[in-house]
Design a binder for this molecule. Structure first.
Ligand code: MLT
Length: 331
């Protein structure tokens, strides 16, 4: 038995299907998010990126009325986490907090499995975090001048912790070693959370790490601090001198953080995530927690897709030139 289906009926069935698919986007966005969202942090729990992530996630959870849950995917200076996000479904249930490492990876990793600018949907900038030069509590140098002299004398006898090639702590160390012309022995970790444990225990000598990870230990007197890497003093650490004005001219680095999703994220969903980020950068809880840790949220004007996209692309160009000049590679 054959069933005759008129062309008109066929056409209206196809049209209904197509309209259903199209009309489902606003419906999809209206119901989004209807389950918890995973925020990938590409470094270990307990480190500076994780700390910013948890503060941001708490605020976004309140705004979106859905749990934003951190998943730490550490390794290879943040590139393993980035690769995971680049492969994820663009459905709004995987988002990504990364930092300056997103812009240095293309220069350091010649076999990256993703394009750092094109394989992500930018949501917006989150915060710029100062770095601090810190050492184990009984390290011999008492100030920045002595630290520089000690490292120049003892060179690879000094161990330097970082979160892998491409991490901010690696970048800071690379710039420092270039500035003082001394190569330290590098000890890589999956994040400066675990690195801090070894610094506290005296298993590693020295580190350049973000105030979001060092402020508490410095104030508790559990590690030695020598300087901040920003052009101006950090209000929450007023006793720390500015490195570039005290023996390390031009040595300045701050760790910008950005929020992303996989590329091709439907615009209605991206808009909701942008709204949640805009809420977070104005959230008094976020402002207070970041201020206690030496930083502040990005301005609403920078917490936008266009601002992050433009800034990331300019940073990729900048670090490609600097890193190629330094002749440093990870692979
Ligand atoms: C780094 O780049 O050093 C990372 O931020 C360390 C971390 O977040 O654990």
């Amino acid at each position: 038995m054959t069933i005759q289906v008129s062309k008109r009926a066929m056409f209206s069935a196809v049209a209904a299907l197509a309209l259903g698919a199209l009309s489902s986007q606003p419906a999809l966005a209206q119901s989004y998010p209807d389950k918890p969202i995973t925020m990938i942090v590409p470094f270990s729990a307990g480190g500076p990126t994780d700390t910013v992530g948890r503060i941001l996630a708490q605020s976004m959870t309140g705004f979106l009325k859905q749990q934003v849950i951190i998943e730490n995917v550490g390794g290879a200076g943040g590139t393993l986490g980035a690769a995971r996000v680049a492969r994820a479904e663009p459905n709004g249930y995987t988002i990504f907090l990364h930092h300056i490492g997103q812009s240095t990876a293309p220069a350091l990793y010649r076999k990256l499995s993703y394009n750092a600018a094109d394989d992500f949907t930018p949501i917006g900038l989150v915060a710029d975090v100062p770095m601090t030069l810190v050492a184990r509590k009984d390290f011999p140098a008492k100030d920045l001048k002595e630290l520089i002299a000690y490292v120049q004398t003892h060179k690879d006898k000094v161990t330097y912790a970082n979160a892998g090639v491409g991490s901010a702590s690696h970048l800071c160390g690379m710039l420092l070693m270039s500035a003082i012309k001394a190569d330290l022995t590098t000890v890589p970790y999956k994040g400066t959370g675990p690195a801090m444990n070894d610094l506290l225990g005296g298993q590693v000598d020295f580190m350049c790490d973000q105030t979001t990870n060092t402020t508490g230990q410095i104030k508790a007197g559990k590690i030695k601090a020598y300087a901040v890497t920003t052009p101006n003093k950090v209000p929450s650490l007023p006793d720390l001198p500015v490195a570039s004005a005290n023996g390390l001219p031009g040595f300045e680095i701050a760790v910008w953080h950005g929020l992303y999703a996989p590329k091709n994220l439907p615009k209605p969903i991206a808009d909701k995530l942008v709204a949640a980020l805009q809420h977070a950068v104005k959230d008094p809880m976020v402002k207070q927690k970041l201020a206690d840790l030496g930083t502040e949220p990005a301005s609403p004007a920078r917490a936008t897709p266009a601002a992050l996209d433009q800034f990331l692309r300019s940073e990729i160009v900048k670090w490609m030139r600097i890193i190629k000049q330094a002749g440093v590679y990870a692979d």
